[in-house]
Design a protein around this ligand. Sequence first.
Ligand code: ATP
Ligand code: MG
Length: 266
Amino acid sequence: MKILAVANQKGGVGKSTIATNLAMAMALTGARTLLVDADYQANSTAAFDVTPDPSHTLSAWLPRYGRAPTLHHHPTMPTLDILPAFITMADDEWEAIETRVDPLKLAAPLRTTYATDYDWMIIDCPPALASFWARVALLAAHRILIPITPGPFPLIGFRQLFNRIDYIRHHALNPSLRVLGVVANMVDVRTMFGRDVRALLTSITPDAMIFRTEIPVAASLVNAQGRGHTILDDDPQNRVAYTFVALLEEVLDRWDKPNDLMPGTN
Ligand SMILES: Nc1ncnc2c1ncn2[C@@H]1O[C@H](COP(=O)(O)OP(=O)(O)OP(=O)(O)O)[C@@H](O)[C@H]1O
Ligand SMILES: [Mg+2]
């Protein structure tokens, strides 16, 4: 099983949108895919018909619960399952920090429990990478995909993210962690940032780090989310649906040649 975390320190850049649509694109190829919602805002969970149960989230491996969680199937896609998130993870996070739970104690079973049941695990990370759940995600993941929204403030949180990845690797907490790349989301050609995304991104990260696929700003994506769908099951012929297929192809292509360049750490 390959584990991909979709992460950025910055909020609202499309982590959940990319995690859910990419997971659906993977599942559509027949790959057994597990989407893990590590954010108690539970945006990725919204597309699944799930009744809240605090003990069947990532919290399941905390001492308070202490057993593997039950997963849920996607309502229509047989190869897509979810480990959901609920708001109760906010209290559990507070307790985990207060009682000094080591996030590795949760990352380890997350890595191993489903290793033979799935081909892919996609983790939708919360913003604020210092949070307990983000740590669990980054300690479990093999690769990180970083969504960025081209705008005047793309650098916010970017340096912190790379510092954190560097720390995790070099302190042998998760030596296999690599950055898969940076993907531009909500590209709006009406803005100067949207017209020349690559110029903007190369000002903060090496060119090799940037995905060729750019996701446009698209009302169809938001409307699909409003109906509890991804664009791939809501409107498969939509041009944005093809964007996620292209993104998946690039993820597969990059997987074994991840980028070792660490901008912001020198
Ligand atoms: N390509 C896009 N075009 C139009 N709207 C988008 C696009 N991508 C995401 N959005 C919208 O932008 C908002 C933020 O997206 P999303 O929730 O995926 O970001 P996030 O990084 O997961 O946010 P958070 O940090 O709160 O978890 C949502 O309302 C979503 O519908
Ligand atoms: Mg989110």
